[in-house]
Design a protein around this ligand. Structure first.
Ligand SMILES: Cc1ncc(C[n+]2csc(CCOP(=O)(O)OP(=O)(O)O)c2C)c(N)n1
Ligand SMILES: [Mg+2]
Length: 797
């Protein structure tokens, strides 16, 4: 079977002739299996001439990036084996799915996980047939793909995922292929800077490979069309030591790649040794590789007279008109036979034994790396008793507390409790202090490998709070960290979390899909704290006012998302504790950071959070038969609703009002829609049919309608919320601008309770007077009326 490799005098390098031949054969096998997945449903090993009937009716997949991905896989197999490396492979151009499926098949992991795809002819046929086939496997590297933590469908996040995986995994090497098109995305362009946060002593290594195949779908890439020196300077500017592999002759490139990778892995080992044994603390220039090889390498050079290999035309399926053009069937056969399958697979269809030896064994196979199935490694987070951070409440509502600051105490305790396991990090776009959870930094500091000045505070190469002004990077690092079996927390301004809307979509898809893949074990939840909320943007104004992330998340599958709006510090603690312990969700916590009244004692807070929503009897006087339900969700709406209740009590003492607070937004949905949904009977007890409900909601009001439209009494539910009115103004004026203020809520009640019909006119007059007084005062004095600023719940409890 040995081919001309041994005689190729140009192919000089560290590989023996025998190894060179085997590496090339292994690569050919991976390429063969990749092309086969895209095209064939039968005649998998070409045991007879190819006919149209052997070809799939729909040709779906991407060839262009695949041979490059396969090339890297086989070279890393050699290195893993020789050096016993613990290596993961993250693939930015995830559309090269057939390549990774082929390689995990060749190394045996695929058949171990999916025994029906055996190591024989029948297995190869099934492997081919299932690809991009209805109810088969996706064309991209996907959750179904062994060894992957990264879908790579939406381009831009490979490198942040790689760094997230490497944090606190000192023995792990994360090899990450970045598409040269992918490199044009905003998130990818900034994620090169992750190297300013990677500590060679305590973290693993990331090896970025810029896959410079020159093209995207139909265009060249920017990085392929700048002078090579400029590209190298760019990479140096990002702080890397660039290596270049360039060419197209496979045998020559195998030798060059082997030589470069030997150097690169030596360099990684040196950097780590210097930091771990030599006490070197300066930020190293980590190696990275620029791989300039043809797109669609080894595929058809020309199709219908047009160049394909080495051009954008190779991106998807180079021969796509097999039905119409019989010569394409012939050309496909020639292409596939060029890999010489008869030299690669034995008579049973198994990869030849000497080629199987190329791949590492057991968990060292990249398809079997346990880090890529993070739930396998997940250790429960140690969460100290959150009750210890309770805000002691004398009389309700009398003292103001910054709720997020209290959560910061819990997060600090969690951080400290898990220092030995090093499996908890907090990420944020420079808002940890601003969102007032800064206590979490105490004792451990903020991760920073770049230069420091005396003016800096708490920066440390071993810091565990990771801050960079890129929501994309925070999100991507956290996802990579969670997917490799750790825990984390992300705090962000409410308005700007939208920047990662699309990233959380992808993560939610991952969670949904992996729930149904038995070999994927559950991972820790992705926890968001949104603070600096729409209602309290004193110095920022309209640009910072957007509560729509809630709406965005609500579109996700019910078994993936949870949304909480704790109204005070004790409920926030209870919610925080729950989210930190949970698995496989996206948890959204929306909580204010400004000083605000406190309503529930700890036992009450726990009971309230457990229920998801409940009537606050201490604020109600309905005696089981309310005239109106005053519902509220979110801290500021809760305050306004309670103030409205007071106004009503003063004016209409016999009005029976029930106050219901919602902390778990999903509890409003019917049980059929969400597991947290309140049973219809219980909903009807809280919101009795025939009784109007005035609902003050933190976010966009129509969302509450969306959640409750199937409930009884929906036409008697009247919601106030944020309606996109905002500016730099006083806190109360924000409420007035959006008609969620106490006066409006009180007027709404009077308008909606039938027996108060005769009071509506006078109430309307009273409302106008209050608002006018407020507007005049605010305009004149630049702050809210004293009676608003100093308002207190008048209860005695
Ligand atoms: C964010 C995003 N925008 C657009 C696309 C559509 N798309 C799929 S592949 C591709 C080209 C990718 O080029 P490159 O990263 O160079 O990959 P390769 O050449 O290795 O195939 C594009 C634009 C996408 N998947 N994700
Ligand atoms: Mg490309």
């Amino acid at each position: 079977m040995i081919d001309a490799a041994t005689n190729d005098s140009a192919a000089q390098g560290p590989l023996s002739a025998e190894m060179l031949t085997r590496i090339d054969a292994y690569w050919r096998a991976a390429n063969y299996l990749s092309v086969g997945q895209i095209y064939l449903k039968d005649n998998a090993l070409l045991e007879r001439p190819l006919v149209l009937d052997d070809v799939k009716p729909r040709l779906l997949g991407h060839w262009g990036t695949t041979p490059g991905l396969n090339f890297l896989y086989v070279h890393w197999n050699r290195l893993i084996k020789e050096r016993g490396l613990n290596m993961m492979y993250i693939i930015g151009p995830g559309h090269g799915g057939p390549g990774i499926v082929a390689n995990t098949y060749l190394e045996g992991s695929y058949s171990e996980i999916y025994p029906h795809i055996g190591q024989d002819k029948d297995g190869i046929k099934r492997l081919f047939r299932q690809f991009s086939w209805p109810y088969g496997i996706p064309s991209h590297v996907a959750p179904e793909t062994p060894g992957s933590i990264h879908e790579g469908g939406e381009l831009g996040y490979s490198l942040v995922h790689a760094y997230g995986a490497a944090f606190d995994n000192p023995n792990l090497i994360v090899a990450c292929v970045v598409g040269d098109g992918e490199a044009e995305t905003g998130p990818l362009a900034t994620s090169w800077h992750s190297n300013k946060f990677l500590n060679p002593a305590t973290d693993g290594a990331v090896l970025p490979i810029l896959h410079l195949n020159g093209y995207k779908i139909a265009n060249p890439t920017i990085l392929a069309r700048i002078p090579h020196t400029e590209l190298e300077e760019l990479m140096r500017g990002y702080g890397y030591e660039p290596y270049t592999l360039e060419g197209h002759d496979p045998l020559v490139l195998h030798q060059q790649a082997a030589a470069i990778f030997d150097k690169i892995f030596d360099r990684i080992a040196e950097i780590q040794k210097a930091a771990r044994e030599g006490g070197v603390t300066v930020r190293p220039a980590w190696p990275m590789l620029i791989m300039r090889t043809p797109k669609g390498w080894t595929g058809p050079k020309f199709v219908d007279g047009k160049p394909v290999e080495g051009t954008w035309r190779a991106h998807q399926v180079p021969l796509s008109e097999l039905r119409e053009k019989p010569e394409h069937v012939h050309q496909l056969e020639e292409w596939m036979r060029s890999y010489k399958p008869e030299e690669l697979f034995d008579e049973k269809g198994a990869l030849r034994a000497d080629l199987r030896e190329i791949a590492p064994k057991g968990r060292l196979r990249m398809g079997m790396n346990a880090h890529a199935n993070g739930g396998l490694l997940l250790k429960p987070l140690k969460v100290p008793n959150f009750r210890e951070f309770e805000v002691k409440i004398g009389v309700r509502g009398q003292e103001d507390v910054e709720s997020t600051r209290i959560l910061g105490h819990l997060l600090h305790a969690v951080m400290q409790a898990n220092l030995d396991q090093k499996n908890f990090r907090v990420f944020g776009p420079d808002e940890t202090a601003s969102n007032r959870i800064g206590d979490v930094i105490t004792g451990t500091g903020k991760d920073w490998m770049a230069e420091t000045l005396p003016v800096d505070e708490n920066l440390s190469p071993t810091g565990r709070v990771v801050e960079v002004l890129s929501e994309h990077m925070c999100e991507g690092w956290l996802e990579g960290y969670l997917l490799t079996g750790r825990h984390g927390f992300f705090s962000c301004y409410e308005a700007f979390i939208h920047i990662i809307d699309s990233m959380v979509n992808q993560h939610a898809k991952w969670l949904k899909t992996t729930r149904e893949i038995p070999w994927r074990k559950p991972i820790a939840s992705l926890n968001y704290l949104l603070s600096s909320l729409v209602w309290r943007q004193d110095h920022n104004g309209f640009s910072h006012q957007d509560p729509g992330f809630i709406d965005h998340l609500l579109n996700k599958k019910a078994d993936v998302v949870r949304i909480y709006l704790p109204p005070d510090a004790n409920t926030l603690l209870s919610v925080g504790d729950h989210c930190l312990r949970s698995r496989h969700y996206v948890n959204l916590i929306v909580a204010g950071k400004q000083p605000a009244p406190q309503w529930l004692r700890m036992d009450e807070a726990i009971a309230h959070c457990t229920a998801g929503l409940s009537a606050w009897n201490w604020a109600s006087n309905d005696e089981g038969k309310p005239d109106v339900v005053m519902a509220c969700c979110g801290d500021v709406p809760t305050l306004e609703a309670l103030a409205a209740v007071c106004l009503l009590r003063e004016r209409i003492p016999d009005l029976r009002i029930r106050v219901v607070n919602v902390v778990d937004l999903m509890s409003l949905q019917p049980q059929s829609e969400h597991p947290h949904g309140l049973a219809d009977e219980d909903y009807d007890i809280l919101f009795p049919p025939g009784t109007p409900t005035i609902f003050a909601f933190h976010g966009y009001p129509w969302l509450i309608h969306r959640l409750t439209y199937r409930r009884h009494n929906h036409d008697n539910l009247h919601v106030r919320g944020y309606k996109e009115e905002g500016t730099t103004t006083t806190p109360f004026d924000m409420c007035v601008l959006n008609n969620i203020d106490r006066f409006q809520l009180a007027l709404d009640v009077i308008k909606r309770v039938p027996r108060l019909a005769d009071k509506v006119d006078a109430a309307g007059q009273w409302y106008s007077e209050q608002i006018q007084r407020h507007k005049l005062y605010v305009a004149e004095n630049g702050e809210d009326l004293p009676e608003i600023r100093n308002w207190r719940w008048p209860g005695k409890e």
